[in-house]
Design a protein around this ligand. Sequence first.
Ligand code: ATP
Ligand code: MG
Length: 174
Amino acid sequence: MSNKGLISVFTGNGKGKTSAALGLMLRSSGYGKRVCMIQFIKGDWKCGEHEGVKHLEGLAEIHAMGKGFTWKSDDIEKDIALAKEAWAFASKKIQEEAFSMIILDELTYLIKYKMVEEQDIINVLKNKPENLHIVITGRDASDGLIALADLVTEMKEIKHPYKKGVPAQQGFDY
Ligand code: ATP
Ligand code: MG
């Protein structure tokens, strides 16, 4: 059986990027494979996956990084330091060889908002363990990430209930 670790990017403005990554986590767990998800942007609310992952105990873990860090903050220096710390944590996880898949959720924003050098990220990804799958999510994936990836899917919004004023739904959006 072939076991090539792929680099995948789910980008675009439509819904489904993080959901797709979580789907891969569930699929991998069916083979007893270990998955680590690192979330780089602090969400405004609690996400179901933080509790749901407990059902995959021993196989999957989720780390919500960037305590208090968003690009809305007024202390940009502090945010950059937190983003660099989060990336250092992710780099360590990538080099650990403990997982079959690592999901870097909303990683694209670290590059977009120039919080971490794109080249630093690319260097770590290029030197990842051979068999490790990497999944990156987030809007506006940079050209460098797209060039490096084996698989890139753009989630394109055709309709979103938000546009009709329907708020985010529990278990569907968060
Ligand atoms: P999901 O986590 O649901 O797979 P996503 O990762 O593709 O969504 P993000 O850009 O990370 O999307 O946005 C996170 C939140 O914003 C989710 O609750 C999602 O439903 C919502 N969202 C996604 N796309 C849109 C959109 N086009 N308009 C408004 N809200 C959106
Ligand atoms: Mg997302």
